[in-house]
Design a protein around this ligand. Structure first.
Ligand SMILES: [Fe+2]
Length: 297
């Protein structure tokens, strides 16, 4: 069948994103591809709602727009493999809040694009949140704009053997060293086979056209979950006042995605930060694919 069904859109929020709604009862995979790509390039985040979906449909739909699927080697969370496909993963295995971040910004090789699939929403709470990293940068005070242009972030971790075996999917510490090297991550292997790693990266990045700056990084959740895991690259700590301003901006500009079963979310991981609200309902089940666009961008 020709993929020519028209898109019916509605803003996701005042600031960023569009929803694509199934008004005429069409198949998701019949939507006009070029229109989706153009809208994604303009908006950075798209929500597909009310289409008939399944993990299989999610997989084939995302395959149409993406390549270089990653299996999350080196990632910090435990993720479950879905349907035996190592490129379809559960989001993670705990319920607390995760503050706004760019995915895997603690290493060089990041997925440029993310896809989320709502297999089962939480009965309440557990919303995913997104924000435009360009808007985040624009909201920064002049002193913080200057601070983040002068100093880079230094992510650091001490990882025990059992944990790095899971995280890097290997028993061989030499393989871990290779993976770190290819990601510009500095690694020190200790006598007890634990490792110390660090990675230095700016918190702000020029956008694709180079015309504006984007605040996108893993600072907010890193500082929230493990305060010693991030500092400035000159060794100075990131003080509470800085974190307070960042958390206030995040609270102001975050857009909530109140999941409905079958929703699909398409995210530009070079521009849009994402996070999620806490929840208690353990039936919440959201899947994730990490990849690059297969169209020119
Ligand atoms: Fe994430």
């Amino acid at each position: 069948m020709k993929t020519t069904a028209k898109l019916y859109t509605q803003p996701l929020s005042e600031a960023v994103g569009q929803q694509i709604l199934n008004v005429e009862n069409v198949n998701l995979c019949d939507l006009h591809e070029a229109s989706i790509i153009n809208l994604f390039k303009a908006e950075g985040v798209l929500l597909f709602r009310d289409f008939a979906t399944s993990v299989e449909i999610f997989t084939s739909f995302t395959n149409k727009f993406s390549q270089n699927f990653m299996d999350y080697t080196g990632g910090v969370f435990n993720r479950r493999i879905i349907n035996g496909d190592s490129t379809v993963l559960s989001v993670n295995d705990f319920n607390c809040e995760i503050k706004l971040h760019g995915e895997m910004y603690y290493q060089k090789n990041i997925p440029l694009m993310l896809w989320f699939f709502c297999a089962h929403p939480a009965a309440q709470d557990g919303e995913t949140v997104v924000c435009d990293g360009k808007q985040f940068f624009d909201e920064l005070s002049q002193p913080l704009k200057e601070l983040f242009s002068q100093k880079k972030l230094k992510y650091r971790g001490h990882i025990g053997k059992e944990t790095w075996q899971k995280q890097y999917k290997t028993d061989d510490v030499r393989v871990v060293a290779q993976i770190c090297q290819s990601n510009d991550v500095d690694i020190n292997i200790n006598e007890d086979e634990s490792i110390d790693i660090h990675y230095i990266c700016s918190a702000i990045h020029p956008n694709r056209s180079g015309e504006s700056m984007v605040f996108i990084n893993s600072l907010l959740p890193a500082k929230n979950m493990s305060p010693n895991s991030v500092a400035f690259d000159d060794g100075s700590e990131i003080d509470n006042e800085v974190m307070l301003e960042l958390n206030e901006i995040a609270a102001k500009i975050a857009v909530k995605i109140c999941w409905e079963k079958g929703d699909i979310l398409m995210v530009d991981n070079t521009r849009i930060m994402h996070g999620r609200r806490a929840f208690v309902d353990n039936t919440r089940d959201i899947y994730l694919r990490l990849c690059s666009p297969s169209f020119s961008y």
